[in-house]
Design a binder for this molecule. Structure first.
Ligand SMILES: Cc1cc2nc3c(=O)[nH]c(=O)nc-3n(C[C@H](O)[C@H](O)[C@H](O)COP(=O)(O)O)c2cc1C
Length: 223
């Protein structure tokens, strides 16, 4: 299975999100290729719509995005592995989101729920999922914008893991909690490989904070 990880974290090997991503793929019994969005040369979208009007499917900019699109389409599974930044994706990943528009067309379709979308230019068989590390202990009033954007950009059916209190995965005193959590991520990977979904039981374990929120905030505040 060809798995491509698009990493939005600037933290390299120490990325708390990447700890979860590695455990998930390990649970699948697979390996992955990686693109670091911060190191990739992906310029902001120029908004010229040439990729729709003049050169359908091709951007006028000559940077790494053409190759990223090729690798994305050539993968069985793309995992977006990213920290939550200001309730959304980091800017390097937002540039990649914006530069996906050559895959769509200018046509506007009503989605049956009052929304509008641009249909794809071609059938895409690549599956996509999200693994997102969050520094806060709460999902509510935190992940909604990221989740909405991911739903609209890809599909409501794509699996996703939001790791609350993700910095604990890099905190030596929290190792037992981290080991437990990474065990759940491995289990999720095995379930996803076997059934194409994460079971509700494992999802609930992954969605829960590792420490009670009040205690986590006290620790984070150094008290
Ligand atoms: C610029 C910036 C903005 C952030 N915004 C949020 C946020 O809105 N919500 C949240 O839960 N954590 C936020 N965080 C915390 C990170 O999501 C958290 O530290 C995460 O574990 C980092 O993941 P990484 O180690 O994979 O880079 C922010 C961190 C930075 C640097």
């Amino acid at each position: 299975m060809k798995i491509l990880v698009i990493n939005g974290s600037p933290n390299g090997e120490r990325s708390s999100t990447m700890h979860v991503t590695r455990a998930f793929v390990e649970g699948m019994g697979e390996t992955f290729d990686i693109i670091d969005s911060l190191r990739a040369d992906v310029k902001p979208c120029l908004g010229c719509f040439s990729c729709w009007m003049k050169t359908p499917g091709k951007c006028v900019q000559n940077d790494d995005m053409a190759q990223i699109l090729e690798r994305l389409l050539d993968s069985d599974l793309v995992i977006l592995s990213t920290p939550l930044y200001c309730y959304s994706v980091p800017s390097s990943l937002k540039a990649i989101y914006d530069r996906l528009i050559p895959l769509g067309t200018q046509e506007q379709i009503e989605d049956g729920e009052g929304g509008t979308y641009h249909p794809g230019r071609q059938a895409i068989n690549t599956k996509i999922m999200l693994i997102c590390g969050c520094g806060f202990p709460n999902r509510e009033n935190n992940i909604e914008a990221m989740d909405f954007q991911f739903d609209r950009m890809f599909s409501k059916d794509c699996p996703r893991i939001y790791t609350l209190e993700a910095p604990l995965l890099n905190t030596p005193e929290a190792k037992p909690l981290a080991d437990n959590y990474l065990g759940y991520a491995r289990k999720a990977g095995a379930e996803y490989k076997a059934n194409g979904i994460i079971s509700p039981e494992t999802q609930a374990l992954l969605d829960a904070p590792m420490l009670p929120p009040e205690l986590y905030r006290q620790r984070a505040n150094g008290s």
